[in-house]
Write a protein that binds this ligand. Sequence first.
Ligand code: DC
Length: 223
Amino acid sequence: MIVAIDGPAGAGKSTIAERVGAALGFTYLNSGAIYRAVTWKALQLNQPDAEPQRIAAIAGELELTYQDGVLYVDGQRRDDALRGEAIDRYVSRHSAVQPVREMVNNRLRAIASRQDVIVEGRDIATVVFPDADVKIYLDASVEMRAQRRWEQQESDLTLDEIRRRIAERDELDRKKRTGSLKQAADALYLDTSVLTIDEVCETVIKTIRETQQYREQQRTYGR
Ligand code: DC
């Protein structure tokens, strides 16, 4: 079964997807982390400004494995490194390279063919899994998203700078030729500015449990 969650940076996708995945026993996949891994590698090679063709080649050579919902990049878990500021600066551009998108999409589809997944990103319900069993679009105001990032204290940036960067990244993500951020017509829209994390998780879990696919799996496997 496939649950697709899309939305802008800071809308709460990772937190929600991780919690719901744990509650229902679904593998959690963070597609943004794979794009970040490509940028991490380009930075390691000192080529973040390289031509799209070179970025595509770097993505092709990257050693990526997903094990028990954990992403290993070139053999190691690099969660903190993937959230760095330099990565934020380049990842939108790298994620607009078409062969990079194909590499990421193929990996996500291969993993989803073997297990129940909850996948988050920007184009999951529209491009990667247009036939997903459940589609959720998580949104929140720019102010709220900036506030959350600031409270996470991952950088020395002021609240205003964070807000400006989020707005810039939104703009880049929306303007991409393919894989741009869009709400699928059949996605459930949830505004996390006005809901608590618990409320959002409850709604998503309820939505999944009400699907025919989930009920059939329950009957068959007794999960
Ligand atoms: O969700 P995130 O901030 O970790 O995503 C990192 C970047 O990757 C961001 O600029 C948007 C891009 N991205 C994308 O283009 N498509 C996805 N499915 C997920 C992320």
